[in-house]
Ligand binder design. Sequence first.
Ligand code: PLP
Length: 376
Amino acid sequence: MKFTELPTPCYLLDENRLVQNLAVLRDVARRTGAKILLAQKAFSMFSVYPLIREYLAGTTASGLYEARLGHEEFGGETHVYAPAYAEGEFREILEYADHIVFNSFTQWKAYGSLARAAGKSCGLRLNPECSTQPSDHAMYDPCGPDSRLGITIENFQPELLDGIEGFHFHTLCEQNSDDLVRTVAAFEQNFGQYMDGLKWINLGGGHHITRADYDVETLVHCIDYLQKKYKVQVYLEPGEAVVLNAGYLVSTVLEVMHNHKDIAILDTSAACHMPDVLEVPYRPPVYRGGEPGKKAFTYLLTGRSCLAGDVIGEYSFDVALGAGEQVVFEDMALYTMVKTNTFNGMPLPLIAIRRADGTDEVVRMFGYEEFKRRLS
Ligand SMILES: *Cc1c(COP(=O)(O)O)cnc(C)c1O
C-alpha cells in the first residue's frame, strides 16, 4: 500500500494536522490577546497562507524576501528582523513591513529615521544572556558567548531609546514554557526598567506550543503577566510550532545493497531535501519505522547524492524494503522546503498537500530549470 499516489520525492503537507496546530495557537491568542505571527524562516509554503491567515495575525521575516512574501501572500501584520540590514534593501523593506526590529544601536541610528518617517513601529532585539538550551545546542543558542544576536546590557544605550516602541528577544528553540519564564525573569532584571511607555514586546519563536507536553497554561500566565505589568501588546512568532508534525517527505527506494549492513538508497537526499538531519543533526521519525533491530528488517536509509555522509539513519521495518517501496519521513514541513538545494544536480521534491478529505493535490513541481537558473 502506497502512502501517496503522487510521484516522489514529495513534500506532503497534511492540512488536518496544520489546522490542529493552528487551533491551539489561535486559542492562546484569544485567551491572552497576544498576537501570533508565522516565522517564515521555518515554513514559507505560501499556498497555505490563506488558510493560516484565518488563525494567525501575520508573518515575521528575516529580511527583504520573506517580508515581501509575507506582504504579498499572507497579509495581516508583517514584521521584520535582521542581524544587519543592507542599505539598498532597507528602502524596499519599508514597502512591506509594519514592525522593524534592529539588532544594534548602530543599525537603529542608521535606519531609524527612515523607518519612522515611513510610519513604521520600530523595536530593538535584546539579548537577555540567559541560555536555557542544552549545551549541545550551541548552534541554536542566541544567548551563547560571542553571540551577534541582540543587544546585551553592556551595549545598551538608554539615551537612544527615543522613538523605540518595542523590545524583541528570541532565545528559545523547541522549548517549553518553563524556559520562557526563566528568560523573562532574566530579561526583566536587565531591561525591565526600560519598558515604561513601550507599546509591544515580542517574545520571538522557539516556543513548542503545539507539542503534546507543552505547558500552555504557563505560557498564558506569562503573557498575561507581561501585558498587565507593562501595558504592552505581546507578540509571539513561532515557526516550528505552526507546522509541527504537519508534513511528510515521501521517498521511494531505488536500490537495496549490502556492505556490512543492508543499505537502502532512496530517491531523496538528506543533504538536499532535509539538511537539518545532517546539520542539527537529528533523526527524523519514519512512518512505520522503528529503532534498528526492533522490527524484522533493518536498513541504513541513505540519500542518492554522491556525498558519502548523505545518510539519514538506521531504521527497522516489519517488511523487507525493495525497489519501488515508499519510505515516509515524518515531521518534514518545518525547516525543509525553505532549505532545499540542488547540490549534485538533485531534483527538488514536488510540493503537495493532503486535503482534509484525504486527497493529495500537487501544488508545485520543479525540474531541470531550477537547477540551471541558479548557475551560469
Ligand atoms: C527562527 C526564528 C523564529 C522561529 O523560531 P522557531 O524555532 O521555528 O519557532 C522566530 N523569530 C526569530 C527572530 C527567529 O530567528
